[in-house]
Design a protein around this ligand. Structure first.
Ligand SMILES: [Fe+2]
Ligand SMILES: [Fe+2]
Length: 239
């Protein structure tokens, strides 16, 4: 994540309640990733990868516990409640681990995908580590997790070279394109949400007053109090 985002990141992480909810969201993603890696360990025929996937799964589960504990402590310490605005796209956590695709006999694509996700996570966590400012405990959580993410990033790259020496470059490109496509879809969904909100607000302020005016005028034409029915045939209609 580039340096120009740092002031925005400082703002995202400045509020302890928002920080707490962000960490709880990260905990969900890490636990989800841990389950997928345990599944990958079950499916791989490669004994070395099985051992590494299991260690990776245990790391992600530990990250989840650390994030959950710190997030819950922050929310407990704060008197205020309510998540407020949660800019997921500004501080996505270990994004990628939330949509790992684990299939039998596909260690190459999985390792390429994991390598890119872990590299992105390591970059993001390095930024968050700086952005949390004076909150030493949260900074310590990020520092400890960052060490593991760096290990995940390097072992996945090394193992990709071992299991797919000929195709490693292509697999990395394919994984990169897949991540770009998913990023575009996330952006499109967010944009559609914003556009929808703008259009509904405009409709509310532009169209609704016209109907309200029409209703007011029609009400003025109506006589006050009880009045005989305009057309007696009306009464035969439904009843
Ligand atoms: Fe992690
Ligand atoms: Fe990781």
């Amino acid at each position: 994540m580039s340096a120009w985002l740092n002031p925005i990141q400082r703002w995202v992480w400045s509020d302890p309640v928002r920080r707490g909810y962000r960490l709880l969201r990260f905990a969900e993603v890490e636990a989800d990733g841990g389950r997928d890696l345990a599944r990958a360990a079950e499916l791989t025929p490669d004994p070395k990868l099985r051992r590494l996937y299991l260690r990776h799964a245990a790391d992600e589960q530990r990250h989840s516990d650390m994030f959950r504990r710190r997030g819950a402590a922050l929310l407990r310490e704060s008197a205020r409640r309510g998540a407020g605005w949660q800019p997921d796209w500004l501080a996505p956590g270990e994004r990628g681990l939330d949509d790992v695709e684990v299939e039998e006999g596909r260690d190459g694509p999985l390792l390429a995908f994991l390598h890119l996700s872990e590299a992105a996570a390591a970059r993001s966590f390095a930024v968050y580590h700086q952005a949390v400012g004076a909150d030493a405990e949260t900074r310590e959580v990020f520092a400890r997790i960052l060490k593991d993410e760096n290990f995940h990033m390097s072992y996945t790259r090394h193992e990709l070279g071992r299991v797919a020496p000929q195709k490693q470059g292509w697999l990395l490109w394919k994984a990169r394109l897949g991540r770009l496509w998913k990023g575009y879809l996330r952006f499109a969904v967010a944009l559609a949400g914003v556009m929808g909100a703008i259009l509904l607000t405009l409709q509310y302020f532009i169209l609704l007053p016209v109907f309200a005016l029409g209703a007011k005028r029609a009400a003025k034409r109506e006589p006050e109090g009880w009045a005989p029915a305009r057309d007696k045939r009306d009464l035969k209609g439904q009843y």
